[in-house]
Write a protein that binds this ligand. Structure first.
Ligand code: GLY
Length: 377
């Protein structure tokens, strides 16, 4: 018997496991493959709420708060896990090639300034001073000095280690086959190996969350409406790792068609496509070519870089682009922690904390109402 059974071992599920176990709950996490190897592994690790946000709102607010919490979280996790998570807050340049794009960046800057966030607008000369190897065709940029990236893989590993240190049990290759229920409550989560009895279930299965939720019996029985209560769908992102060059850029460079993320080991990640192709998780020649062209357009010197490896992942998207955090309608002891779309690495840790507050301390008041899963029922 566990107080909390978490379905899904990506950043979000691992953060829920860590925070719930730290708050004193007994936790079992069930991962159908290997922890951290789905969308978490496919991410570039960007921490970019200011540059990603188009306008102030709940997504922007939670992102800014999540970013502010990262340094302390990383310090705590590094001391528990015993390794460096490669947090680099070296800034992000969101660049423009055309006057229209520059105009859009100016507007974005004034919208965010009205919410109290100052970003710098750089002219072409200042851009090149900041990043000498960017294209001469870049005419300006929005510069966000406090944003950056983290190693998504090491963050996931550290969360897992810290969760285990706090007593959580992590089961790999434990695919969920269904639920045992009694009235409106889930009493256990079923895998091929066992039934794991629980007080609360957290569905943190990324793009598969809707499929997992669809295994819950229909309530009321015989209903005609067979829609899963968690409408999450996969959006593929393809990425390339470029290498064999001496540190071509220092900060993240984000253009109209994609971004470049320099990692601590000198590799540059170039990503990502945004494709609605169902659960197809393979890379394609067209997608990789698109990313290679995008990278060369931003930093021409990258044309000579080696294509080290490539990969694709499935972002968990929701119909309104906002995550789902909180109890699932009709099922008071089932909690959703999913739908983070392009922001799983940034929002995973704060989601874990909010979920632990909700489950262990029965306080959901810090979760914005816009993120309630009940908005789709
Ligand atoms: N967060 C970046 C992406 O989804 O491509």
């Amino acid at each position: 018997m566990s107080d909390v059974v978490i379905i899904g071992g990506g950043i979000v599920g691992l953060a829920c496991a860590y925070e719930c176990a730290k708050a004193g709950a007994s936790v079992t996490l069930l991962e159908y493959g290997k922890t951290g190897m789905q969308a978490t592994n496919a991410a570039a690790g960007m921490l970019a709420p200011l540059v990603e946000a188009h306008e102030p709102g709940p997504m922007f607010d939670i992102g800014a708060q999540a970013l502010a919490e990262f340094p302390a979280l990383v310090a705590a996790l590094e001391s528990q896990a015993g390794f460096d998570i490669e947090l680099q807050l070296d800034g992000i340049l969101k660049v423009a090639f055309t006057n229209d794009q520059l105009h859009e960046l100016r507007e974005r800057r004034s919208r965010l300034a009205s919410a109290g966030h100052q970003l710098e607008l750089l002219d072409a000369a200042q851009c090149h001073e900041a990043e000498p190897r960017i294209s001469d065709r870049i005419i300006g940029a929005l510069y966000s000095p406090s944003e950056g990236s983290v190693s998504n893989q090491l963050l996931a590993l550290a969360l897992e280690r810290a969760a285990i240190l706090h007593g959580a049990t992590i089961q790999q290759r434990a695919a969920v086959t269904g639920f045992r229920t009694s009235r409106e409550r889930v009493t256990s989560v079923r895998t091929a190996e066992a039934d794991v009895a629980c007080d609360t279930v957290v569905i943190a299965a990324g793009a598969r969350s809707g499929q997992i939720a669809a295994k819950l019996p229909h309530r009321p029985p015989k209903t005609e409406d067979r829609r899963p209560p968690l409408p999450v769908h996969p959006i593929r992102g393809q990425m390339i790792a470029l290498g064999g060059m001496s540190t071509p850029i220092r900060s993240i460079v984000w253009g109209p068609d994609g971004y470049l993320v320099p990692r601590a080991n000198g590799i540059v990640f170039a990503g990502a496509t945004v494709e609605d192709v169902g659960f197809r998780r393979r890379t394609t020649q067209a997608g990789l070519q698109q990313m290679r062209s995008m990278a060369n357009a931003l930093v021409p010197q990258l044309a000579a870089a080696k294509h080290l490896f490539d990969w694709a992942g499935l972002r968990p998207a929701t119909p309104d682009g906002l995550p789902m955090i909180g109890p699932v309608p009709e099922w008071p002891n089932v909690v959703a922690a999913t739908g983070h779309y392009r922001n799983g690495v940034l929002l995973g840790p704060i989601t874990g904390r909010l979920v632990a507050d909700g489950i262990v301390h029965r306080d959901w008041s810090n979760v914005p109402a816009d993120f309630s899963p009940s908005r789709f029922s």
